[in-house]
Design a protein around this ligand. Sequence first.
Ligand code: SAM
Length: 305
Amino acid sequence: SVKQVLAENLPRYVRVNTVKTTVEDAVDYLKRDGFAYLGQASRLEDLTLKEKYFVMDMHLPELLVFPPNTDFHDHFLYKAGHIILQDKASCLPAYLLNPPAGAHIIDACAAPGNKTSHLAAIMKNKGKLFAFDLDAKRLSTMATLLLRSGVTCHQLANQDFLKVDPDSPQFKDVEYVLLDPSCSGSGMVCLRDDASSADQQKVKARLAALACFQLRCLNHGLKFPRLKRLVYSTCSIHSQENEGVVAACLQENPGFRLVNLLSQWPERGLEPLTQCLRANPAKTRTHGFFVALLEKHSGAGRKKQ
Ligand code: SAM
């Protein structure tokens, strides 16, 4: 299928885990291991690489880019937690949220923890990272990933985020929320299209249910009293789960506005939400993805009902 061809041709992205190492050390190690480093990419075409060549990404400086299907699962750097195998688009949420060291953060739907470990790296492993997930099995995979990554500033909870009390004293200093809720996954080019028309009704109902859940999570995330910024992301290409959810949320929460993201990024949110980013294989050489960053208006206090 077209999707399969696209998936097989996406670059292999490797995020250097700066909790454990530096980009420089990782690059040196990979060079000694037989890879040839071409420096930092400057345009999309530079991300199309032949065997053994690699570059640094042009948008995300801790991201190294290799030819499609380069396998690192048995590589020392992967086993030692020095690198994380993570698509470029999925590195955007933590990078854009950009919490300072020492911050208190919530990762609302966190397992298996790629974005949590990225947040920890950005915070220099200092602060408090509350991570929730409903699924115990995924949460245990996450504990393993965080252990391998050397992350220690986290607190995992097997809990429904919608039942987390924003007014609990333990969250009183939470200023940042990352919300990456369950979605249709329609942006993942390795997933099969659910195309048969008999299923159309089901697909519609599922999308509506997901969008409803996503909006509830988003509204809930904005309730933390000290919140400054919240990043919302999905690996869906459906506007119903993306711009639709964000627009509805902004209407219900007039104290928040969208932050205009990365002016050099080629693919924007659908009109009128062009402050948001989209990603896809053709324009960004990644899976399909959506990111929005909401911030509290300066001076906008929390409305008391
Ligand atoms: N952020 C993760 C990462 O980067 O590795 C991926 C998160 S995945 C898209 C969505 C997660 O949300 C799933 O692990 C799912 O179990 C979890 N989830 C679904 N409903 C939830 C809820 N009500 N509260 C907390 N987690 C939930």
